[in-house]
Write a new protein. Structure first.
Length: 268
């Protein structure tokens, strides 16, 4: 086991309570869960036998990690290797009428959640997968091509550029990159122990009906959300005065109760 920084451990105990803080630290040092999500539009068989993930119809837990890179089914898009927590967004949106909807994935790379939205909206829908980082957008495009539904448009823009499509999207998803304590703890562990540890579970995504989000990406996401799903796409660019009935999904990626400097985020 790798020793976590004492300051990080103490902070987690204080923020989450002794029991939950200890459980988190033990989870960070445990072997990572291996799981995938099946692309039912391409295959009806399961590439690997595994236990179904409770909140993901097509998700499976695997008892061990296969050599995925040597599997032709992976490169053909028959499944996507994805953490169980990342698949939770599909459960959150399962009650939404997304067939034929327009979805914006604001911070889309590497594309795992994008492929979830692609499946949910179907062939009559559209997913705009945006990634601000050029290198990461190339990996995103590659994963979207492998998934192969043909209903995803990959873009490489800043959020303020995407916000020009005011009130156009039925669902706007923002999975901003993690910062602060989790990243600083990971950097400390790398410095002390050499190679980086495998990536752990991120906190589940929260969903609310059109929350007024602040901070980076928040206002842009709110501006893009459509006033009503029944409105035709060509008429969705309307003024700020409309009552917004679209849905914004926001992944906080934080475990600290301290407020984010310069941002006011709605809690689910």
């Amino acid at each position: 086991m790798i020793e976590l920084p004492e300051q990080f451990v103490e902070t987690m105990r204080r923020e989450l309570g002794c029991e939950a803080g200890e459980a988190l630290c033990l989870a960070l040092d445990a072997a990572p869960t291996v799981s995938l999500r099946i692309n039912t539009r391409k295959t009806t068989s399961e590439p690997y036998a595994g236990e179904r993930i409770p909140w993901s119809r097509d998700g499976r837990y695997l008892s061990q990690r296969p050599e995925f890179t040597l599997d032709p089914s992976l490169h053909a898009g028959a499944y996507y290797v994805q953490e169980p927590s990342s698949q939770f967004v599909g459960h959150i949106l399962s009650s939404e009428p997304l067939q034929g909807a327009c979805v914006l994935d604001m911070c889309a790379a590497p594309g795992g959640k994008t492929t979830i939205y692609s499946t949910l909206v179907g062939y009559d829908g559209l997913v705009v997968a945006n990634e601000i980082n050029r290198t990461r957008s190339l990996a995103l495009a590659d994963n979207v091509r492998r998934w192969g539904l043909g209903n995803v448009l990959v873009t490489n823009n800043e959020p303020r550029h995407v916000a020009a499509f005011e009130e156009w999207f039925d669902v706007v998803a923002v999975d901003a990159r993690a910062r602060a304590k989790a990243c600083s703890a990971r950097r400390t562990r790398r410095a002390r122990s050499g190679p980086p540890a495998p990536r752990r579970h991120a906190p589940p995504v929260s969903a609310r009906s059109s929350p007024r989000l602040g901070g980076h990406c928040g206002r842009e996401a709110y501006c893009c959300t459509a006033p009503a799903r029944s409105t035709a796409p060509k008429t969705r660019m309307s003024s700020h005065g409309h009552n917004r009935n679209g849905t914004t999904c926001w992944s906080r990626c934080r475990i600290s109760s301290a407020p984010t400097r310069g941002a006011s985020l709605a809690r689910a």
